[in-house]
Design a protein around this ligand. Structure first.
Ligand code: XIL
Length: 657
């Protein structure tokens, strides 16, 4: 058997992403937010990538295609249609793609100390200002909207990473740009105001950003940048916003600092774009850190949505298959799976967490990272390779403490296999000989690096479990991850007749209703299938007194989560039945429901309870630890600011959040 573990990718033949629920760009647009994922070279012409990007993103940032080394390879030579199989593809094609799909085009980047071709690096310093001016004039001028056939760049990263810190000592980076143009009397390198002014002149309508790392992460970097940006504004630099790169990992917990940074830059009159977010899973993490990752994405999204000047939420790349962090040169961990889509181009728990934060519904999901099993035999790749490989016949891996909640219905396995020899996978509950909850034969995916997702039904198993995955056959595959999804269908609206309870306490039972319902009484229904959840409860009841009473609906036990509460008010008589509705929040799967009556005597004569408005999906991404930090930011601690950014127009629906 030949198994290649080299990361040379053949042309993907994978099926397109099939996310459940509404697309992120539709949800984001309703909240007045831009969302996107800097795709790599070639993405817009790739039949697998282009449709996902067009469907999900309303802002487009080329990862490299607008950098100097792509578009300005020689002095006075601009190439708008690069077709280099390893790094650059056409900048024009990116701009056109974004424009054609109604996306905001975000140009990255005009003045940076990296991404420069050799000719710039070897240029004499006294020529660099005119080289920079020519570059800005040509590039920004090309895409300023004066030629709509070419297309428009709406937002520019004008200056990138001009600041660097050594511990808590921060200062301006000693770049060639700083060396060439010198430093002003206020300590600001002159290339910064010059670059912004030049860009503004070439496109007075574009949104101009300063982009940098370590902003929003509770690091000294942010204080320095903040103070310097204030100086720029005071000096009249035409800057509209700040880009927070946010290359972070699953240990991230600086949420309060994130909110505080959003707020203080906002108070300067600036917008904030989250430009390069990725949340790495370090190799030493356990198999379930996808849950933690999802919680971080969700919390950042919630906090961005909470401040109207947080305009954009962008990840650096879109699929874990191609991310700059798979290259350890950049300090990344290969296989740290930092993005919203997995190696198989399918949405991860992080995707659904973002979807939920944007107000959409989503399936319950849990993702296990194959190579981060708790115990195993006959496999290689743990814990820090990108995936599990050399999977021998009879090999197995075990995951401890997997919370199956109220049960999952689908297993989606992302694997690659370069052979047509038979191989199969079994998922056992509890131990290697425990019951099989999912099994499937693996297929040739067209190569040992060509990951594809295979879905198979999952039946049985709730609550905390040990899962053992067994591999049968000498050519099972290379395994990246296992996604457990709850895609059970929600039944149509249904009605529980009050008098048909399974158990009760304290009520009187009549042929068509229950009466003498007082504080502390309850009725219980077993095995109620809530599917992926319902949105509204309709109650038929009669009440002849004015006592302040209520009905609470609890899941699992009398004190389990409360999914609905209805205040009962007089209907005008104990025989005058009326309907009243209340929202249902949470609750999915097959459940025991308790209707608990509270508040006093005579809660009402209860006739029926109708569950209606099925939710598309279930209750919660298994959102664990991370998210529960303080959401408040001290409003009074900031100085009153007098400087403020120039105004500009951006083509976003005006929605107040
Ligand atoms: C990275 C790209 O992702 C790589 O493909 C390239 O080789 C180097 O640059 N901050 C930035 C981005 O502003 O331009 C960098 O992009 C990632 C860090």
């Amino acid at each position: 058997m030949f198994i290649s573990v080299l990361l040379t990718f053949s042309v993907p033949q994978a099926a397109q992403a099939t996310p459940v629920g509404q697309r992120l760009r539709d949800l984001a647009a309703k909240r007045g937010l831009l969302i996107g994922f800097a795709p790599g070279f070639g993405a817009v012409n790739d039949p697998v990538q282009a449709p996902v990007i067009a469907a999900e993103a309303n802002i487009f940032t080329p990862e490299n295609n607008l950098k100097w080394f792509c578009i300005h390879p020689q002095q006075n030579v601009y190439d708008w249609n690069r077709n280099d199989p390893y790094s650059c593809s056409s900048a024009d094609a990116d701009v056109k793609f974004a424009n054609d799909h109604g996306m905001i085009m975000h140009g990255h980047v005009l003045v940076w100390h990296e991404g420069l071709p050799a000719w710039v690096m070897s240029m004499s310093l006294d020529q660099l200002e005119s080289v920079m001016n020519d570059h800005i004039d040509t590039v920004v001028g090309r895409y300023n909207g004066s030629n709509l056939a070419i297309g428009r760049v709406h937002v520019w990263d004008v200056v990138n990473e001009a600041v660097t810190c050594n511990g808590s000592t921060c200062g301006y980076r000693d770049s060639i740009w700083k060396q060439a143009m010198g430093v002003g009397s206020d300590g600001v390198p002159l290339f910064i105001p010059k670059a912004f002014q030049r860009t503004h002149a070439a496109d007075p309508n574009a949104v101009l950003l300063y982009n940098d790392g370590a902003l929003g992460e509770g690091k000294p970097h942010a204080d320095f940048v903040y103070n310097e940006v204030k100086k720029w504004l005071a000096a009249g630099v035409p800057i509209n916003g700040v880009g927070f790169q946010m290359h972070i990992d699953t240990d991230f917990n600086q949420f309060a600092a994130f909110s505080a940074d959003l707020q203080r830059f906002g108070k300067l009159g600036l917008d904030v774009y989250i430009t390069e977010l990725d949340v790495m899973i370090p190799p030493y993490q356990n198999s379930q850190r996808y849950t933690q990752q999802a919680a971080i994405y969700k919390e950042l999204m919630k906090r961005c949505l909470a401040q109207t000047h947080c305009k954009s939420f962008q990840t650096w790349g879109w699929t874990d298959r191609w991310t700059w962090l798979n290259d350890s040169t950049y300090g990344g961990w290969p296989g740290s799976d930092p993005l919203l889509f997995n190696e198989c181009f399918q949405p991860k728990p992080a995707y659904y967490a973002v979807q939920e934060a944007l107000g959409g519904s989503h399936p319950a999901t849990l993702m296990l990272q194959a190579e981060a099993y708790n115990q195993g035999q006959g496999v290689q790749g743990a814990p820090d390779a990108e995936f599990l490989y050399y999977v021998t016949d009879g090999a197995w891996i075990q995951f401890n403490n997997v919370n199956l909640g109220s049960g999952f219905t689908t297993l989606k396995t992302c694997y690659a296999k370069g052979s047509s020899d038979p191989g199969s996978v079994e998922v056992h509950l509890g131990s290697m000989t425990g019951s099989i909850i999912a099994s499937f034969n693996t297929q040739d995916t067209g190569g040992w690096n060509n990951f594809q997702e295979q879905a198979t039904p999952l039946t049985g198993g709730t609550g905390n479990q040990t899962l053992v995955v067994k591999f049968i056959g000498s050519a099972t595959g290379n395994f990246d991850d296992f996604l457990l999804e709850s895609t059970q269908s929600t039944p149509g609206p249904f009605t529980l007749q009050a008098e048909k309870y399974d158990e009760q306490q304290g009520v009187e039972t009549y042929p068509t209703f229950i009466g003498f319902v007082d504080n502390g009484d309850w009725i219980k229904f077993n095995n109620v299938n809530l599917g992926n959840g319902f949105g509204r409860l309709r109650v038929g009841y009669a009440k002849g007194n004015k006592t302040k009473t209520r009905i609470e609906v609890h899941v699992g036990s009398l004190t389990g989560p409360k999914i609905a509460e209805l205040k009962t008010t007089s209907t005008g008589g104990w025989n005058t039945f009326k309907e009243k509705t209340t929202p249902i929040k949470g609750g999915a799967g097959v459940q025991t429901l308790y209707f608990v009556f509270a508040g006093g005597d005579g809660v009402g004569n209860m006739d029926y309870f109708t569950f209606e408005n099925p939710r598309v999906t279930a209750s919660a991404v298994n959102s664990a630890a991370a998210a529960e930090t303080d959401n408040t930011v001290d409003d009074t601690s900031e100085d009153a600011e007098s400087t403020s950014a120039p105004s500009y127009t951006i083509y976003l629906p005006a929605v107040s959040r």
